[in-house]
Design a protein around this ligand. Structure first.
Ligand code: C2O
Ligand code: CU
Length: 492
């Protein structure tokens, strides 16, 4: 099912990164092929964007909530009037929302009724190794199950869960194995941000279909994935009352970078990123998301007359010659009547935890073969080996990680398990404000870029991964292990 070496490397180059690679561009705008559904024939803004279903616990006992989830195939109506076979959690596409609260434990029993092994990772969470959903910790297909324990001893954050079985996650995530996990706490609850029906998580991604409406998966072919989806629908519309809404945006695409804005150029507020709220809301006209990243935004529709239609547009990842009418549009907002709005976005949202001072500094270089000769990708020159520990970390240490993208054309990003980190610098410039100033677990790196990250490795000992979150790149080897241990154990 997984064809690891079937794609030309050029397929991995992406986004605005191609500024200097104009020569490549004409070959890169790929028209639909025979047997493939022509994306220009798919009607836009015909289906309503659903609000993802909230999963109810099977029981709540004391400080623990228990959930039961089955991974299985199901049919989804992604394209108007057609059925597409997808992978799901509990039949939901995208997966359901688990609502969790800091200080209350969540146990999820995941049962695998698919035909492939899976490992479910809770992205952005601080969890013991045994519940991290590491690439090697597999749940057998055909009914195997595993109970994941999520202590939720971390502040509020927009987390998500997805398959992480090594060499397979790229395809299983593409086929649908993603879900939402919204962790809240008192800090967030006390803010009076838009809530209830006015607080909507949105999973963004792309895909490619054959002419019978089925997903086409081929590793690294992001340039052919010309259908953009929001909450599992191709180019949906979403009705909004003329008031403030909070949208929690998740980039669940394998490879696509988004830069989102409103079609009338209006500004909106960004209030949060991966690891929860920023210290202060930002007035922005766009937000950018690499695969795996999240942005929490508030759009105030009260200035629009009923009947106004606005498009959430995308300028990220568009190559010369690519179809702007498809890749440049995400969803349409349809403004209806005004309603009372008592929500507020205060000028201070939270206080970030103190940074602490680092005692260790390390360098990481991300690269992949851009010649097309191989399908290999590396961190510090090595492809992932699940049995090799690449980075030994002393329990409790605060470290600085300098991460560089050494490629010329291919963007990457960098995700660490276990921790939320801070971005201290980007390309040598301090990051003191803006969307990267909050808690992060995933950062983008355009070709040649560097970031300086700081993290504290405490809470759990164990082996965890760090990797590029462009899943195809991780599958090609751009992943490594770090191990956190107490010094006494290391000597023993
Ligand atoms: Cu969302 Cu290791 O990944
Ligand atoms: Cu990458």
């Amino acid at each position: 099912m997984i064809h690891r070496r079937t794609v030309l490397m050029t397929g991995a180059a992406l986004t605005g990164a191609l500024g200097s690679a104009g020569l490549l561009a004409p070959a890169m705008a790929e028209p639909a092929q025979a047997g493939e559904l022509d994306p220009t024939t798919i009607p836009q803004f015909e289906q309503a964007m659903p609000v993802p279903q909230v999963l109810e616990p099977v029981c709540d006992l004391g400080l623990t909530s228990y959930y039961d989830v089955a991974m299985r195939e199901a049919d989804a109506e992604i394209l108007p009037g057609r059925k597409t076979r997808v992978y799901t959690f509990n039949g939901n596409f995208p997966g359901p929302v688990i609502k969790a609260t800091s200080g209350r434990r969540v146990l999820v029993r995941q049962t695998n009724r698919l035909g492939v092994s899976t490992s479910i990772h809770l992205h952005g969470a601080h969890v013991p190794e045994s519940s991290d959903g590491s690439p090697m910790d597999l749940i057998a297909p055909g009914g195997g199950s595993k109970i994941y324990t999520y202590p939720n001893n971390q502040p509020h954050a927009n987390l998500w869960f997805h398959d992480h079985a090594h060499h397979q996650e790229s395809e299983t995530v593409y086929r649908g194995l993603t879900g939402f996990y919204l962790l809240t706490d008192d800090v967030e609850k006390n803010l009076n941000l838009p809530s209830g029906a006015y607080d909507v998580p949105i999973a963004l991604r792309d895909a490619r279909f054959d002419d019978s409406g089925q997903l086409i998966y081929s590793m690294g072919d992001f340039m052919k994935r010309h259908v953009l989806m929001a909450n599992g629908k191709a180019w949906p519309y979403f009705e909004v009352a003329a008031r403030k809404y909070r949208f929690r945006l998740f980039n669940t695409a394998n490879l696509r970078f988004y830069t989102l804005q409103l079609s009338d150029g209006s500004s909106f507020q960004q209030i949060g990123s991966d690891g929860g709220l920023l210290e202060k809301p930002l007035d922005v006209t766009s937000v950018s998301l690499s695969p795996g990243e999240r942005a929490d935004i508030v759009i105030d529709f009260s200035k629009y007359a009923a009947g106004t239609r606005l498009i959430l547009t995308n300028t990220g990842g568009l190559l010369p010659g690519e179809p702007v009418d498809q890749l440049g549009r995400v969803l349409q907002f349809r403004v209806t009547a005004p309603v009372t709005d008592r929500s507020t976005v205060p000028s201070t949202l939270r206080k970030l935890p103190a940074l602490g001072s680092a005692t260790v500094s390390r360098d990481f270089v991300l690269s992949m073969d851009e010649t097309g000769a191989t399908m290999d990708a590396f961190i510090n020159g090595k492809s992932f080996d699940m049995d090799r520990v690449d980075t030994e970390i002393e329990y409790g240490a605060t470290e600085i990680w300098n991460v560089r993208n050494a490629n010329l054309y291919t963007p990457h990003n960098f995700h660490m398990h276990l921790v939320q980190f801070r971005v201290l610098e980007r390309n040598g410039k301090p990051v003191t404000s803006g969307p990267e100033s909050g808690l992060k677990d995933t950062v983008p790196l355009q070709p040649g870029e560097t970031v300086k990250l700081q993290a504290t490795f405490t809470g759990y000992e164990g082996t965890y991964v760090y990797h590029c979150h462009m899943f195809d790149h991780a599958s090609m080897g751009m992943m490594a292990n770090f191990r956190v241990r107490k010094p006494s154990l290391r000597r023993g």
